[in-house]
Design a protein around this ligand. Structure first.
Ligand code: CUO
Length: 655
């Protein structure tokens, strides 16, 4: 990498380091102190946001430092957007850096980290910069109170420490059996990162960075999260998760036992609590929004602000519907359809202090970093997902023509033994602890248990009449339900998870030639997942070494920050082995390809549910989740370009 890139990388790491301490780095602090953005307005594509920011700061209107920022609070979000836009609209790197330094020591830390991260992910001149893992920037959001207390003690004593973190709750709570998923730091990072790549507040037109099929991705990514949760439940003898409903009791309570950096504990919810009217959102509103959305689905048309109809009876329908339900910025009619999903997060987050009488902090549901810790997260999303299912069920099942790939047959699929196990993982807590003059940093880590699996390869033997570029989709679904009954295909499809999705190109190593080809794909190559993010410490060292010319710093302009953790690619399975159904589907990529880019370019994104980055279009035109997203007539489903087989996942226990 050139020096410019390296210094950018270094600056960004400094900006995100211990944001709670102003003036941490002298040069940056000085840059921020002396910078007056109003003198450089011509340096911003749109000067209004930065002007507003300066004004709001001067008049003390901004969310104070130290307070909890949640994206779900309208006012706090609008301020964050002003900060983001000030950064995003800076014409050049220097202006960007000055603006960031200016903001770093003045605005709320949470707003700053979020705005800066999203800006880095979307600016042209920051492409390829690596962001530290979310659990290192904000450890409080990822580890529980006990760990934080112990970490403080260790720091007071100036002793390095590794603190064991247990999952929240006791074995008397059956939901505890799947806490390893909901509390997995990698899974929470994935979820929060996905929402940074696809912010619901993103103004596509104003920012000039389109988010292709954002509404559909919202559906697909969350559908996959729930399906994966369901497979973990099944692995632990729990039934599939049930949707919640606004007028019903929420049977399972939740005690997060997690603390904010300042301002105390995350609020808890006892068992059998009911939804409460908030000051600005009433239970009845939620019922009304649901009714209108259901109406739109059954009529297969939504009504827009200007009174026109947008039809839902084609493959674009899900995108329109997703935007309405989340809702994203391009919802066709936010007043009429409301903000069903976002309000759901708020309703759950504020359920124990609905009128704000006790000044309780936002709940775990009000941050994407912590939401999946609460089992109610999956219940809310199952509820949302059922609306999407209702829509998909009204579309005709795929025809043989749509499913088939003429001339191509999968002759056989083989896969290594599938095994899973639990392992330890250490999280650096450096950023969680305040620095003081007297107490130097010592190495303090939290040790968590997490699921992993042995590497495996899927080998697909394909026979083809002619050479072809094939899109290969690999899925895993449950075989039997909680009662041990075989699940019919049309129901099984709802719990099918994506294991991989890739393009087998004409050229080696992965290809479909005339005659027989064996396409091999390793679990580590899956486009659904990413490996552990590089730690801040390693990243800093790598940058420093490269600066001194000791090593070279490889720049990947398409660095993928989004992806499900590779360790969690397979569900846990059972000690005695648990049967699953593996599906492989091969289709003609030439017919579904969207972008014309060099064939080895992966669009800076996963072609799975993280979508394409850098403003590219989503790489294929098939509906996401194809072919399991629609009703299946089991007798006519498996065409010769598909393959189904039973596989077993064995949980080997502790490492
Ligand atoms: Cu990701 Cu509800 O959208 O948590």
């Amino acid at each position: 990498a050139d020096k410019t890139f390296l210094s950018k990388q270094r600056e960004v790491l400094k900006l995100l380091n211990k944001v709670h301490e102003p003036n941490r780095f002298k040069v940056q602090a000085e840059l921020g102190r002396s910078y007056d953005p109003t003198k450089y307005l011509s340096k911003y594509k749109d000067p209004l946001p930065v002007k507003t920011l300066v004004k709001q700061y001067a008049s003390g209107q901004l969310l104070p430092r130290g307070q909890v920022f949640t994206l779900f609070n309208e006012k706090d979000r609008q301020q964050m957007i002003t900060i983001f836009e000030s950064l995003f609209f800076a014409e050049d790197w220097d202006t960007f850096l000055r603006t960031a330094c200016y903001a770093r020591d003045r605005v709320n830390e949470g707003q700053f980290v979020y705005a800066l991260s999203v800006a880095v992910l979307h600016r042209e001149d920051t492409r390829g910069l690596v962001l530290p893992p979310a659990y290192e920037i904000y450890p409080h959001m990822f580890v529980n109170s006990e760990v934080i207390h112990a970490a403080y003690k260790a720091k007071m004593r100036q002793q390095p420490a590794v603190i064991r973190m247990n999952f929240t709750g006791t074995i008397r709570n059956p939901e505890q059996r799947v806490a390893y998923l909901g509390e997995d730091v990698g899974m929470n990072s994935h979820h929060s990162h996905w929402h940074m790549d696809f912010p619901f507040w993103w103004k596509q037109d104003e920012y000039g960075v389109p988010k292709d099929r954002q509404g559909e991705l919202f559906y697909h990514m969350h559908h996959q999260l729930i399906a994966r949760f369901d497979l973990e439940r099944l692995s632990n003898d729990l039934p599939f998760v049930e949707p919640l409903y606004w007028e019903d009791k929420i049977v399972d309570g939740f005690y997060p036992q997690t603390t904010y950096r300042v301002g105390g504990e995350f609020p808890s919810r006892p068992d059998n609590f009911e939804f409460q009217d908030l000051e600005n959102i009433k239970v009845k509103d939620m019922v009304d929004y649901t009714r209108r959305i259901r109406e739109a689905i059954s009529q297969q048309a939504v009504i827009t602000k200007t009174g026109e109809y947008v039809y839902l009876n084609d493959t674009n329908g899900i995108n329109t519907l997703g935007s309405i339900v989340e809702p994203s910025y391009d919802s066709k009619h936010p007043e009429y359809y409301g903000a069903l999903h976002n309000y759901g997060h708020i309703m759950l987050g504020q359920i124990t202090d609905p009128k704000g009488k006790f000044n309780m902090q936002p709940g775990v549901m009000e941050h994407f970093e912590t939401a999946t810790r609460d089992p109610a997260f999956f219940r809310l999303h199952k509820y949302i997902d059922n609306l999407f299912k209702m829509h998909k069920d009204l579309l005709p099942p795929y025809t043989r023509d749509e499913l088939n790939f003429p001339g191509v047959t999968i002759e056989e699929v083989s896969v290594d033994e599938l095994t899973t196990y639990l392992e330890d993982f250490d999280i650096d807590l450096l950023n969680a602890l305040d620095d003081t003059q007297e107490l130097k940093d010592v190495e303090i880590k939290a040790r968590v248990r997490r699921l992993n699996h042995s590497p495996f390869t899927v080998s697909i033997k394909v026979n083809s009449d002619s050479a072809a570029t094939a899109a290969v989709r690999v899925f895993l679904g449950p075989k039997v339900d909680w009662f041990g009954q075989e699940i019919p295909l049309n129901e099984k499809r709802l719990y099918v998870i994506e294991i991989d999705k890739f393009v087998a190109k004409r050229k080696a190593p992965a290809c479909v030639n005339k005659g027989t080809t064996v396409v091999q794909r390793k679990s580590s190559e899956s486009s659904v997942t990413i490996p552990d993010r590089e730690t801040t410490k390693d990243l800093v060292k790598r940058v420093d070494d490269a600066m001194q010319g000791k090593t070279t710093f490889m720049v990947n302009k398409d660095v993928r920050h989004c992806g499900y953790p590779d360790r969690l690619l397979l569900p846990k399975g059972k000690r005695d082995g648990m049967p699953f159904s593996l599906f492989v589907v091969v289709t003609d990529f030439d017919k579904e390809k969207v972008n014309d880019v060099p064939s080895d370019y992966d669009y800076g994104g996963s072609i799975s549910y993280c979508g394409a980055l850098s403003g590219y279009k989503y790489p294929d035109s098939k509906p996401m989740g194809f072919p399991f997203d629609r009703q299946i007539d089991a007798d006519h489903f498996i065409t010769s370009n598909m393959y189904q087989k039973e596989v077993t996942i064995t949980f080997k226990g502790d490492e």
